[in-house]
Design a protein around this ligand. Structure first.
Ligand SMILES: C[S@@+](CC[C@H](N)C(=O)[O-])C[C@H]1O[C@@H](n2cnc3c(N)ncnc32)[C@H](O)[C@@H]1O
Length: 230
């Protein structure tokens, strides 16, 4: 993706469930489904990601999440609330080479919709490149880095939120070699969840050794994909 696609701050938009998202005009791409940002994040990443992992490991007291694309911070906010609700300690590492400005983040209505007033700004204001203890149950580590350049610990993450821009807008993020790299970061029983359900993605994840499930998509979308190491 050309660097100039990120020179402008993205624009605020409203999605079908009343929650905001952002629109990048240079890419002609939104950060979430236009059918509903909040319901998509809640379904694809929390329900099909964190809840599914917990169903497999009901006694686990902690887990590590890797997110590709911090973006608006919506997934991080929902994961934080999930950690507090379930009393599971979440270590949340997120990659974002093009952070949105604090001014843009402050316009998003996620705090009002999720009773997350104080938490949302703390996610955005947290320093980069270090572990930040936001709660006993939630440690945030934001890395201002591209996935292509990230050198993370291998076999370290239990759940991967693969939330890059769509393959037709940012094909380099969905290249097989980069998927294989991401899979190396996954722990033995880890899950990878994404809103995308392209046939090529499923074939590449299978070739890279994951078991692949095609699941019903978030409201307004037909399907989504989850890959599993076990
Ligand atoms: C679909 S949006 C993510 C939405 C985000 N998870 C949220 O909850 O708002 C994709 C994100 O990936 C980021 N991104 C772009 N290039 C990237 C790269 N090479 N590596 C990692 N993230 C990248 C974008 O800046 C954008 O924030």
């Amino acid at each position: 993706m050309p660097e100039q696609a990120h020179q402008q701050q993205p624009q605020l938009i409203q999605t079908g469930d009343g929650s905001h998202s952002l629109y990048n005009p240079a890419l002609d791409e939104t950060y979430h489904s236009h059918h509903g940002a909040l319901q998509e994040s809640q379904y694809v990443f929390i329900r099909m990601g964190l809840d599914a992992w917990r169903a497999k490991q009901p006694h686990a007291e902690s887990l590590s999440v890797l997110e590709i694309g911090f973006g608006t911070g919506l997934n991080a906010l929902l994961a934080l609330h999930w950690a507090l609700q379930h009393k599971v300690k979440v270590h949340f590492t997120t990659l974002e080479p093009y952070p949105v400005s604090l001014e843009t983040a402050k316009q998003l209505n996620y705090p009002q919709l999720t009773e997350g007033e104080k938490d949302f700004l703390r996610l955005h204001e947290a320093p980069w490149e270090e572990d930040v203890l936001l709660y006993d149950y939630f440690i945030l580590h934001k890395k201002k880095q591209k996935l292509e350049e990230a050198a993370l610990a291998e076999a370290a993450f239990d759940v991967v939120f693969f939330d890059a821009f769509a393959p037709n807008k940012q094909p380099e993020l969905w290249e097989k070699a980069l998927l294989e790299k991401t899979i190396r970061f996954m722990a033995p029983a880890a899950l990878l969840t994404t809103y995308c359900a392209k046939g090529q993605l499923k074939r590449d994840l299978r070739d890279a050794g994951l078991q692949v499930e095609t699941l019903p998509g978030a409201p307004g979308k037909k399907e989504m994909v989850r890959g599993s190491k076990a």
